[in-house]
Design a protein around this ligand. Structure first.
Ligand SMILES: Nc1nc2c(ncn2[C@@H]2O[C@H](COP(=O)(O)OP(=O)(O)OP(=O)(O)O)[C@@H](O)[C@H]2O)c(=O)[nH]1
Ligand SMILES: [Mg+2]
Length: 366
């Protein structure tokens, strides 16, 4: 190809070309390691006219996935989960079952005084869990005392306050001139709300909580201890809860308005139709048909936690961890935090950055 031909070629707008990936490594051996001057992509490669175009045409765009994987392996990631529901509904057990480790303290190990707090308390515990070389810093935020008082009016308030405080912390770090390379993320990515397995309907407390909090955090409602319901009771209860949530205008995660495309919508519709997941938790293993399974042993057999015919624990786990964990984090950042941030900036007439010394007078406005 002459240089005139090449110039003409470069200035034409050509439709995107699907470049086959070579069997050999991405960087051809004849590419000079130190090229002088700016990089100009050549449609045919250097001196390779007419032969091996499949090999030389490969750029390596798809290696971004591998690069991202390596980065994530190095840095790890944060995931913060909050559990809310009355005492004894199996919150700690379920979180331990989800992450297959003792990430949440069971009540039995607490002292008597600690057992029934007078108000809602917020307790967070962090653990690093590693799987396949990927490190996740998991923080479990427990809310003992929620719904356990005689008067439970406004008991969602301390929880809402905590969630907003984490957004505030993040915002302060973001506007700091000498901000950290990686801002520690304590924002709640997912709030598991435990509905009591009454088989009747949602209580006022449940509605109040979800009404106030569904706009600031991703709520995933679950029916606790679903092994205490018959199959018919479970189906009817789930239907009733869905209807009540809709009637009250409560949008749980995944919210319809944030579906990105038709594929997202169709996947998420299936989840929305199956919600709230009727779960069973246990950290004990039993032998069933020659296999060790997590379960709850009863007089009539073992309720297998991970058996989809017994309960919806694995549906919840697959959805929350295996398919939507990244999306939970993104919705938290792009929607909930962004809403908080925009409101704070509007309220303040613009946030002023805080200097590294922290002396800025604007800090008091934050
Ligand atoms: N039947 C049944 N019992 C459960 C289930 N999950 C937990 N339990 C039992 O319920 C009791 C309370 O469980 P926890 O996990 O401590 O409940 P919690 O909600 O964390 O309780 P607090 O920390 O006091 O708020 C324990 O005896 C558990 O073994 C379940 O899915 N089904
Ligand atoms: Mg607990």
């Amino acid at each position: 190809m002459t240089s005139a031909e090449r110039d003409r070629y470069m200035s034409e707008i050509v439709p995107p070309e699907v470049r086959p990936k070579p069997v050999v490594p991405a960087k051809p051996s004849h590419v000079a390691p130190h090229s002088s001057g700016p990089f100009v992509p050549s449609p045919q490669g250097t001196g390779g006219e007419g032969r091996g175009s499949a090999l030389l045409g490969y750029i390596g765009i798809d290696t971004i996935i591998e690069q991202m994987r390596k980065k994530t392996m190095k840095t790890g990631f944060d995931f913060n989960i909050m559990v809310v529901g009355q005492s004894g509904l199996g919150k700690s057990t379920l979180v331990n079952t989800l992450f297959k480790s003792q990430v949440s303290r069971r009540t039995t190990s607490w002292s008597r005084d600690e057992k029934i707090p007078k108000t809602v308390e917020i307790k967070s515990v962090s653990h690093v869990i590693e799987e396949g070389g990927v490190k996740m810093k998991l923080t479990v935020v427990d809310t003992p005392g929620f719904g356990d008082q005689i008067n439970n009016e406004n008991c969602w308030e301390p929880i809402s306050k905590y969630i907003n405080e984490q957004y505030e912390k993040f915002l302060k770090e973001e506007v700091n001139i000498a901000r950290k390379k990686r801002i520690p993320d304590t924002r709640v990515h997912c709030c598991l709300y435990f509905i009591s397995p009454t088989g009747h309907s949602l209580r006022q407390l449940d509605i109040e909580f979800m009404k106030h909090l569904s706009r600031v955090v991703n709520i995933i409602p679950v029916i606790a201890k679903s092994d205490t319901l018959t199959l018919d009771e479970k189906t009817e209860f789930k239907q009733r809860v869905r209807k009540e949530l809709e009637a009250c205008g409560i949008e749980c995660y995944p919210q319809k308005e944030f579906d990105e495309d038709m594929e997202d919508k169709s996947d998420n519709d299936k989840i929305r139709e199956a919600m709230p997941f009727a779960v069973v938790g246990s950290d004990k293993e039993y032998q069933v048909n020659g296999k060790r399974v997590l379960g709850r042993k009863t007089a009539w057999g073992v309720v297998e936690v991970e058996n989809p015919n017994h309960c919806e624990f694995s549906l919840l786990r697959d959805f929350m961890i295996r398919s939507h964990l990244q999306d939970l984090k993104e919705v938290t950042h792009n929607i909930h935090y962004e809403t908080y941030r925009a409101k704070r900036l509007n309220d303040n007439g613009g946030l002023h950055p805080i200097t590294s010394s922290g002396q800025d007078t604007q800090e008091s406005n934050l």
